[in-house]
Ligand binder design. Sequence first.
Ligand SMILES: NC(=O)C1=CN([C@@H]2O[C@H](COP(=O)(O)OP(=O)(O)OC[C@H]3O[C@@H](n4cnc5c(N)ncnc54)[C@H](OP(=O)(O)O)[C@@H]3O)[C@@H](O)[C@H]2O)[C@H](O)CC1
Ligand SMILES: [K+]
Length: 484
Amino acid sequence: MYIYRADEIHQIDQQALEQGFSLFSLMEIAGRELFHKMKPLIKKDDRIIILSGRGNNGGDGIVLSRYLRMAGYNVSLVFPLGRPKTETAKQHLDYYFMQDEKVDEWNPNQVYDVIIDCLLGIGTTLPLRENVKQVVSWSNEQDALRIAVDIPTGVQADHGHVPDGEAFLADYSFSLHGVKRSTFLLPSGTYFGKTESVSVGLKQGSDLSIISKESVRATFPNREVTSHKGTFGTSLIVAGTDHMPGSAVLAAIGAIRSGTGKLVMATTDRVASVIASTVPEATFLLNGLERICQGHIPEKIVAAGIGPGIEASESVKKATEVLMESGIPLVVDAGAIQKRNNWKAKGPVILTPHPGEFSRLTGLSIEEIQANRIELARHYAMHHHVTVVLKGKYTVIAFPDGETYINPTGNSGLAKGGSGDVLTGMIVSMLATHDNYRDAVKNAVYVHGLCANIWSEKYSETSMVASDFHRLLPLALQRIERNK
Ligand SMILES: NC(=O)C1=CN([C@@H]2O[C@H](COP(=O)(O)OP(=O)(O)OC[C@H]3O[C@@H](n4cnc5c(N)ncnc54)[C@H](OP(=O)(O)O)[C@@H]3O)[C@@H](O)[C@H]2O)[C@H](O)CC1
Ligand SMILES: [K+]
């Protein structure tokens, strides 16, 4: 599924117009499709109000109102900001009247069961003007089902800012042609409710898309009957200090359960004995950090990771450089994510910051990052020729050429110390087993979130801990591989 910017929608509309479509017909299709999408959510005797603005978002509301009224729904179409001012919306209002349909006066004292927001769409500039704010806050105070058309009024298509938190708080949003970036940004994303896209019959395609289960299945490596431990490569993870052994254990769990043939943990003596009791399959490079700084990389390593459970230091920086120089695909996490002018490497480098770490890398505030995380991750990836996995709700994966994905899986069960360590292990392991590093990164992130979704089918998200991945990964991977 593709994700769009406002200018892409305008371009797509423009192309359609050049091919003989009219805006009138696009709005007609939009209104009719919205009607079909909304039918399962509303009942004939619900008191429904459509709040129509003066632009084409309001025009969609006029068409939707016609379809609902023709089908016998109890609908009031109102224009609390004044009558339409775009040509297409005016034409649709004329046609609406020709069908003997009526509009109502805006009366905030009236009570409704369903409020449909067609006030502003992708033509919004923020902040909202006072007259819109009043209607939005009235809507949010009502005990009604709230449905937004295209985007909730008060958010923009491309950015996550919501000045003063004043936006229509939708239970459902139906986005025309495709979902917009702000659905996945913060705080805007919290206003959309359940979001679905509504096709208006135009061609799909964008440089930003959502990872699909089908794509993960299609790119997941087959395990042939003739395969042996060498087939799936040896992974190396530099992790853990005596006072943070747990992170190294969790990275080892993530790696060993995700397919790698062999796993070498570069760590301290003490951490090695802790890992060995939970992941007996692991082998060790003792005094790992120092030995890698000295250029000692064990043989046959096909994928590496550095960072879980270690703090930023000169030797971590040095070890990261040695690994980057080796040409082995490298995941750089936690303590190894340090600000540097270049990430020049001979192989792919994958950075896995959470917003706090990305803030330290870029010097931007966490708020700024959350409101624009897609473009910021993409910009960093392109500028530094690295892959950025910006973690959080809707993890963003940006590749060095600008190709960018949003991960749809996961829930608050992942918002726990240690789940990032597991992810690092998983990415390393999948790098070892996949031919294409991009597929490895996308698949690891998707499966990591899927584990949390599987957990929440039976248990509370509150109770999930990172060590649960030990038993969740087999279930998640079975769902991916089952149809192979
Ligand atoms: N292919 C498609 O997806 C189609 C989508 N359609 C719908 O069209 C809208 C976009 O329509 P547009 O007319 O460009 O814009 P809007 O309806 O969002 O808004 C324009 C009006 O909003 C006023 N405005 C903007 N910002 C503010 C603000 N902060 N406070 C108050 N009012 C604001 C603006 O007024 P100005 O006086 O500032 O110009 C406009 O009146 C899209 O979202 C879809 O719903 C089409 O139906 C067809 C194809
Ligand atoms: K809207």
